[in-house]
Design a protein around this ligand. Structure first.
Ligand code: ATP
Ligand code: MG
Length: 269
């Protein structure tokens, strides 16, 4: 049964898409069956997998409004994982979903049929706390929060944690934080070091050990339509995302182990 992870942060440009695409590729390389869901009308995850977004049809939009099935919409990428693509059309979903019943549950419903076919389903959320993100959070078991270690990041995190609590209270009681991921890390900055320590102080084991450094190869890879391991495997960025994939697998195995022992899954963190 797939672990369903929403990669989310309402703050823009923190590395959500970079994380979703590269984690998908690294997990696939480790033999995991992975589906990446692009939930952002910007379609950056789609482009980053080498798919021309304006030609993608149907997309996750048709799935959400009930005009296509997930099985008919997902594509196979060149990198060993499947993709549910998105493009600008998805921006209309916010309005279209108003008239449809159970609008927060549309993605969850769509994923329920194929959940058994994957080890991981990763969702790349848009930089907003809108109905698309809510669909992602309702469909997810856990959220992965990429963040840059800068002052305003902590403020944004307070809003995000409040939203997660609301979703848990009203829509998805099992939702938990999988982890906070430090991205675009520059160890030379004193502020970065300070914010990083504050994060560890507040969130403890929820903060991933793996830190993603600022690395130009990570920024270049999407323009070639490739995850970084297919673009420059020896780069620091590629090595960091491989380490994150290992840590993600460890956490999944830890959870399954915890389940077998009869302890509450996730109690560790
Ligand atoms: P949005 O909120 O717009 O969806 P995002 O949170 O998905 O943005 P990305 O698109 O992953 O963020 O990253 C923002 C920009 O920073 C992109 O140009 C990306 O290539 C670059 N980038 C991401 N991570 C790194 C990194 N570790 N080192 C250098 N550049 C990076
Ligand atoms: Mg993005």
């Amino acid at each position: 049964m797939a672990s369903i992870l929403a990669v989310t942060n309402q703050k823009g440009g923190v590395g959500k898409t970079t994380t979703a695409v590269n984690l998908a590729a690294c997990l696939a390389e480790m033999g995991q069956r992975v589906l990446l869901v692009d939930l952002d009308p910007q379609g950056n995850a789609t482009t980053g997998c080498g798919i021309v977004k304006r030609e993608a049809m149907p997309t996750v939009y048709q799935v959400l409004i009930g005009r296509s099935t997930l099985a008919d919409t997902r594509l196979t990428t060149d990198f060993g994982f499947d993709l549910l693509p998105a493009n600008r059309e998805l921006a209309g979903a916010e309005i279209d979903l108003i008239d449809l019943g159970q609008r927060e549950y549309r993605l969850r419903e769509a994923l329920s049929d194929i959940r058994g076919a994957y080890h991981f389903i990763l969702m790349d959320c848009p930089p907003a706390l809108n109905m698309l993100t809510v669909n992602g959070l309702v469909a997810a078991d856990r959220v992965m929060i990429p963040m840059q270690c800068e002052y305003y990041a902590l403020e944004g995190l307070t809003d995000l944690v409040a939203t997660l609590k609301k979703v848990r209270a009203h829509l998805n009681p099992v939702l938990e934080i999988e982890g906070l991921l430090r991205t675009m890390f520059d160890p030379r900055s004193t502020l970065t070091q300070q914010v990083s320590r504050d994060l560890e102080g507040h969130f403890g084991a929820k903060v991933y050990r793996t830190i993603i450094p600022r690395n130009v190869r990570l920024a270049e890879a999407p323009s070639y339509g490739k995850p970084v391991i297919a673009f420059d495997r020896s780069s620091k960025g590629a090595q960091a995302y491989l380490a994150l994939a290992h840590e993600t697998l460890e956490r999944r195995q830890g959870k399954q182990g915890a389940g077998r022992d009869g302890t509450i899954a996730g109690a560790r963190a």
